[in-house]
Ligand binder design. Sequence first.
Ligand code: PLP
Length: 415
Amino acid sequence: MPYSIFGNKFTQHSGINELMDDLNEGVKGGDDILMLGGGNPAAIPQIQTRLTQLMQALLNEGKLIDTLANYDGPQGKNSFIEALVDLFNDIYDWQLTSENIMLTNGSQNAFFYLFNLLGGNFSDDKKKKILFPLAPEYIGYADASVSEDAFVAVRPKITELENGFFKYNIDFDALKVDQNIGAICVSRPTNPTGNVLTDQEIAHLDRLARENNIPLIIDNAYGTPFPNMIFAEATPFWNENTILCLSLSKLGLPGARCGIVIANPDIIKAMSNLSGIMALSPGGIGPEIALPLVKTKEIIKLSDEVIKPFYQGKSEKAIALLQAKISTPNFKIHKSEGALFLWLWFKELPISSNELYKLLKKKGLLIVSGHYFFPGLDQEWQHTQECIRLNYAQDDLVVERGITILADTINELYA
Ligand code: PLP
């Protein structure tokens, strides 16, 4: 069946589809597959118990049927938007109104709207790209544009740290922003690396964005105030030129598909129009479940006291295992400052990271090859073939078995 140009673009092989297929296989495969690949958050018992209580209450009070039996508007459930406005104004004094917030079917959905609103072909025959100032960046951005060649990325500066760690920083000397750029976009904490852009880097990007009259998109899927999977000092950032995207997924509700966008009213209106056409309205279940948590600010307490220490502890354990089991000095770990991944760099890896992925998959371990995480980077760079992303959020035993397989394979490759 011949498809349209749009159809062909969206049916070809994409990293994010491979990743989601692997994730599904990992979920279906049960004990046979060690799933250190996808972006599934951990099943934290305390969070799951609390979410179950909230769902039970919705059922008992008849609110579940109310939510399921009614459409919300294209901007999303009003009661949840108003509760979020109060929460952000209380804790950060951002002076938001309900015109500053909309909901989407997961934040992935928001990025599709944003990249196609702000990038692509413009009426004066101009083309604008979305700029990722620090590659590697989130794999899910890579194909989220109807235009070909929609992204441009910049290689980072790499600083090697003590004890086998390294950190990426933005190379501002190499960063060029001109009229061909429609928006700047960063994830903070960054998927895949666990990097957290410093306050200075964010202030610099904000300045560049405002000077060029384009928005700065900050993807806060792992950030503050929820789920707060962030282990470094970082000040939350928003102003009228910033588009801040959040999500309920990493709090423990990826199946509810609820993304949250905070932006100026023009952007919110434009995105709500898109939402009406593409989805009628975003789903109401996630907002309804999380509403009491936001109203009482319990969402912050859970994030600070349960989610953050849980992930920080898992990260430290996984790092200790990796460092104990992998013997080559060519092995480096990106400093773990947030999110639920470790980004591993094998300098002068004898095979490509994608070949390593396939080798590990045959042994029952799923990780993600690092080469997917460089959308928009068109220069050859060996580093893109030398890294992998590992999700450390799964059960300790699964992580340990997975790391053992990885370490044996790596030690053999460097022997
Ligand atoms: N942004 C980042 C950095 C992510 O890692 C993810 C998912 O893993 C998303 C956005 C999309 O999440 P969701 O659509 O579930 O909100």
